[in-house]
Design a protein around this ligand. Structure first.
Ligand SMILES: [Zn+2]
Length: 233
């Protein structure tokens, strides 16, 4: 391969690589945001668990207060019942007592349910703590890796930019002028490999003669897509 076509091939490789590097660097903040969102969700889940325990304890205390009031009220109603002579009043009081007992039973059931839920949530605390700890460790690990990856990509970017400039400097002046104007318009898509006479960008075939001329190192652009061509095996 002539120096012109091999320079074009390298320029293409470098420009595509630089574009990919830049795209990945640009994606960085989005990827970071995704990891921050995950960390926030884990923080919220951890907080929610502890908040729910606090709420259940409060509910238990309130229900116990209600139960105490129910007991006091029932005792008072029973006392009132003892002194009743009139049948009609007696039946009404008896009914009132039954209502109060049902209410008391409901409160007792609620307390029991709360106690069971509290036991479950308390038993889950070690797992919840472990999950939260792991989420924080994962985020820290991501940050370290992301910083290393970014540093690596920036170093690669710098080296490739220097190499690209060196390669471009080897192009003959007339080729360089065309190269510059096409690159300005198309970026890395200014170039295309040609394999077995087929332009790898637009899939158009060239004649055998044209391909041989290209292979001999003569600079040409694709008649269909306008990209600068270089042959590959
Ligand atoms: Zn083409």
């Amino acid at each position: 391969m002539s120096s012109v076509t091999s320079a074009l091939r390298e320029c293409h490789r470098l420009r595509v690589h630089l574009r990919n590097l830049q795209a990945e660097i640009d994606r960085g903040p989005r990827v970071l945001q995704d990891h921050q969102d995950e960390l926030e969700a884990a923080r919220q889940a951890h907080k929610d668990h502890h908040d729910s325990i606090t709420k259940l304890k409060l509910k238990q205390r309130e229900d116990e207060g209600t139960l105490k009031q129910a007991d006091t009220r029932l005792a008072k109603l029973e006392e009132q019942l003892t002194g009743m002579g009139v049948q009609k009043e007696y039946v009404a009081k008896k009914h009132e007592i039954e209502m109060a007992q049902t209410k008391k039973g409901e409160t007792e059931d609620a307390i029991l349910a709360t106690i069971m839920e509290l036991e479950e949530k308390t038993a889950a605390i070690p797992t919840v703590e472990q999950t939260w700890k792991q989420a924080q460790a994962d985020f820290k690990e991501f940050q370290v890796e992301a910083a290393e990856r970014l540093a690596g990509m920036k170093a690669d970017q710098e080296a490739c930019t220097v190499e690209l400039a060196e390669r471009e400097a080897t192009l003959p002046p007339d080729v360089k002028r065309t190269y510059d104007s096409i690159v300005k318009a198309k970026g890395p898509d200014a170039l295309a490999a040609t394999k077995a006479r087929v332009c790898q960008a637009c899939r158009t075939s060239m004649t055998e003669v044209q391909f041989n001329v290209l292979r001999s190192g003569v600079f040409r652009t694709c008649a269909t897509c306008g990209r600068m061509q270089y042959p590959v095996e």
